[in-house]
Design a protein around this ligand. Structure first.
Ligand code: DQA
Length: 141
């Protein structure tokens, strides 16, 4: 099974960002945690601070069984990312480290949420683990 994990803007700065929201692990440490937790899955990891680069990645998903994205702040305003995510036909999950539903008003909207097969937020790095667990357990049609 092959999975792609995409992280959006500023997630390359994990470890230096507000620990009460995002935990203390770096993105590299989170990616290692994911690989160790699911040794039977072959993962590719992609992070970009650029909306267009993420959209390009979503448009080229050949060979993957599932996708998980933490869109970062793009979740709250990028209709373009939503439109690209809508076109993704493989199993797709969205996660956030922090509980965006209990933070500032402007974080409460997630434009990808209703399109995701699985959605997890608020568990810090465990959000990634939970969303992947649930995605793997979705039965194919
Ligand atoms: C985030 C939540 C977003 O509101 C924020 O802009 C991020 C990280 C999270 O994982 O909790 O960059 O996506």
């Amino acid at each position: 099974m092959k999975g792609l994990i995409i992280n959006g803007p500023n997630l390359n700065m994990l470890g230096k960002r507000e620990k009460e929201h995002y935990g203390s692990l770096t993105l590299k440490e989170i990616n290692n945690l994911i690989k160790n937790e699911f040794p039977n899955v072959s993962f590719k990891f992609f992070q970009s601070n650029y909306e267009g680069a993420i959209i390009d990645r979503l448009q080229n998903l050949k060979g993957y069984d599932f996708l998980v994205i933490n869109p970062g702040a793009l979740a709250h305003y990028s209709v373009a990312l939503r439109d690209a995510f809508m076109l993704v036909k493989i199993k797709k999950g969205v996660c956030h480290l922090s509980n965006i539903e209990e933070r500032e008003e402007f974080r409460k909207i997630d434009l990808l949420k209703d399109l995701a097969d699985v959605y997890v937020c608020g568990l810090k790095e465990k959000s990634y683990i939970e969303v992947i667990k649930k995605i793997i357990n979705i039965k194919g049609e």
